[in-house]
Ligand binder design. Structure first.
Ligand SMILES: [Zn+2]
Length: 680
């Protein structure tokens, strides 16, 4: 079978500022995890990205600073490229749209459409600043809204009341460049007939969805656009920063940034061809119908990647030239917010990637973001959660298992993988779980369910710790060394597998673990096999995930602008059924219970839920004896963020009510209800 050929792109970040954590969660981290996974699967894959360097906001920033736009784009191109590198993004090429090669590519598309008569020329009235001798883009004009009187309304839209109007209706218009009153002057622009392509686009999306399963949120956005009806879109505008319109009588006009930016994927691949000295490399991906093209974006880009770009490629493909492939899937993510609010530079809310990586290594951030990706709805980044994910999951589960195994093998087996002796059922079960995990986790990544894949990976590490505990090697080393060796043999195979399956998510740590194992990753399908033979010499071990101390986190939360108090949900507010379903209430069985030392109230419960076990800390010690609780089926909030109580992690909350005397009553169901059943 020939290799699967894949082309992956991530939305080109706009270089008007540094990228923040929200960007990573949208178009970049999920794509990088997918790409790294596919490389390990042996796919023939290219991963393309670059800076989007045209458009009005860049010229506004440049004007403010009194510099040329080039200064702005050079600054942020470098900052963002460095940030991506430090974060471990594995692009094959990170290009930029200011390159001549990109300008040529964009012009070629424009001319193709222009020459074939696809574009419509339309005249319109636009504000013109006589002093600056230029047409003013919307954002350069301010005036009074004809609807609500807001004095900071844009030329054709009011952000205060949402009104849309014709620029001629705006009252007291002012040029933001000179402060003069601009005139309305006739100008002409070329429009792409997007509406004409609507039936073909609907058919395309329908077909791709049936074949490859598009995400529901993406389909909904598209349906919304189709329902409103697609309108012609201006391809050109009056501005001097951008790709010059390559026809006569187009002085002072450039291509609209939406038109040139998406073509940046193609020109970035062409640049890679040049770098690799293989002129036709880009065609082997873009113009081979066998190529699986996946475009990763955030939700704000859905219209450009599901509608505009495909329509442009359709228009191109209707001509006589070589045909381009269209996106096979566009797994757009929703937004990541920051501590309950939107990222905002002006309100000093959030943190840039480059600043973050000066404080903490990339892998804990990659893991935290991956475990909480906004795949189906917006999610939040919280500093506390970041600390908890690092300390309680990476360090206490994954790191701890690796560390205790290595320490044991170095101490008792001269740092060599022990021989596999007689296998008990516990060993076989562990090996079976290890061997099943790559395909299980891979199947999530194949379907862009990164979060589920990450969750399963950590679950394997959890099971490994449990296996280590249950096997009690610290006892068997004295009573039955062969038995102890078998346990550690299995643990070592598990570490190899963990290093492999975690590689796409935390590549830097994975590399360290492989180094400690004195082994190399072979390929995804091999990760579940017993790759480390008895007698294999291991290297020295190190702590992979140092803990993050409280003061480091407090320092960061203090920096936030806390003027606005954290919003609380208003009392008695009605919620939708969707809101209710965000809370996963599940039936769990109490396996063991013990009072927490030095605490009057707290009880430590071990509960069984579906296939996993959890530790839940509940304030019920005064009201229940531990023995009353074992085998009881209670209701827990299964997707509550873990919290620490008296230093103990609580992975969920037990539901209870107080009676009139203040006695706590646990909500419970009888044993005919299966463990893991969702309450609804
Ligand atoms: Zn208004």
């Amino acid at each position: 079978m020939s290799k699967e050929k894949i082309l992956v792109t991530s939305a080109l970040p706009y270089v008007n500022g540094p990228i923040h954590l929200g960007h990573l969660s949208g178009a970049y981290l999920p794509a990088d995890i997918f790409v790294r996974y596919k490389r390990l699967k042996g796919s023939d894959i290219l991963y393309i990205c670059g800076s989007d360097e045209h458009g009005v906001p860049i010229t506004i920033t440049a004007d403010k600073e009194g510099v040329k736009p080039k200064v702005i784009i050079d600054r942020f191109h470098k900052i963002n490229k460095d940030a991506f590198e430090k974060f471990g993004m594995s692009f094959d090429n990170y290009s930029r749209t200011s390159l001549p090669l990109h300008h040529e590519t964009a012009k070629e598309f424009f001319l193709e459409f222009y020459n074939r008569g696809i574009l419509n020329e339309k005249k319109s009235l636009q504000f013109y600043d006589e002093k600056a001798k230029m047409f003013l883009p919307d954002r350069y004009v301010e005036g009074t809204c004809p609807n609500c009187g807001n004095e900071e309304a844009r030329s054709d839209e009011c952000e205060n009341c949402g009104a849309l109007y014709d620029p001629s209706e705006l009252k007291n218009p002012k040029s933001k460049i000179t402060g003069e009153t601009p005139l309305l002057k006739e100008t002409s622009h070329w429009f792409f007939p997007l509406g004409k392509y609507q039936p073909k686009l609907e058919q395309y999306i329908d077909e791709m969805n049936k074949k490859y399963g598009w995400k529901e949120n993406v389909l909904q956005y598209c349906r919304g656009w189709f329902k409103d009806g697609l309108r012609d879109r201006a391809v050109t505008r009056d501005l001097d920063w951008g790709v010059k319109v390559p026809v006569d009588n187009a002085e002072g006009k450039v291509l609209y940034v939406w038109f040139d930016a998406v073509l940046g994927y193609i020109s970035a691949t062409k640049e890679l061809s040049q770098k690799r000295g293989d002129e036709n490399l880009w065609k082997k991906y873009w113009q081979d119908p066998e190529t699986k093209y996946v475009a990763f974006i955030g939700k704000d880009n859905v219209v450009f990647h599901c509608i505009v770009f495909p329509a442009m490629l359709m228009a191109w493909n209707e001509g006589e030239n070589e045909k381009f492939v269209l996106p096979q899937n566009v797994p757009a993510n929703e937004f990541l917010n920051f501590e309950g609010k939107k990222f905002s530079k002006s309100r000093n809310w959030g943190i840039d990637v480059i600043d973050f990586l000066k404080l903490f290594p990339a892998d804990p951030l990659r893991y935290t973001l991956a475990a909480n990706l906004p795949e189906t709805r917006d999610t939040d980044f919280y500093w506390k959660e970041f600390q908890l994910r690092n300390n309680s999951e990476l360090a206490d589960i994954l790191g701890n298992f690796i560390n205790r195994t290595f320490t044991f093998v170095h101490k008792h087996f001269d740092g060599k993988v022990p021989a596999r002796g007689k296998m008990d059922s516990i060993d076989n079960e562990m090996l079976n779980m290890i061997s099943a995990s790559p395909s299980k986790i891979g199947s999530y990544f194949e379907r862009y369910k990164v979060k589920d894949g990450v969750f399963e990976s950590m679950n394997l590490a959890r099971a490994c710790n449990k296996y280590f505990n249950d096997s009690e090697p610290w006892k068997t080393i004295k009573s039955d060394k062969e038995r102890c060796g078998t346990t550690l043999y299995v643990c070592m195979q598990a570490i190899y597998t963990l290093a492999g399956i975690f590689n796409p998510v935390i590549p830097f740590s994975s590399e360290k673990i492989f180094k400690m194992l004195n082994a190399k990753p072979v390929g995804w399908n091999d990760f579940g096999n017993e790759k480390l033979k008895a007698g294999h010499q291991l290297n020295k071990s190190e702590i992979i995930f140092p803990k993050i101390e409280d003061d480091m986190i407090e320092e960061q939360t203090k920096k936030l602008n806390n003027d606005e108090t954290v919003k609380e949900a208003p009392k008695d507010e009605t919620i939708t059924i969707d809101d209710f379903f965000k809370v996963q209430l599940k039936v769990a069985e109490v396996i063991s219970a013990e009072k927490v030392e030095k605490s009057e109230k707290l009880m430590k419960l071990r509960v069984k839920l579906d296939k996993e076990e959890r530790q839940v800390i509940a304030g019920i010690s005064k009201h229940y004896a531990p023995e009353d609780l074992v085998n009881k089926r209670v209701i827990i909030v299964a997707n509550l963020k873990p919290a620490k109580l008296m230093g103990l992690e609580s992975q969920g909350m037990v539901l209870a009510v107080d009676d009139e005397n203040g006695k706590v009553n646990l909500l419970s169901v009888d044993n005919s209800v299966k463990v893991g059943t969702r309450v609804k």
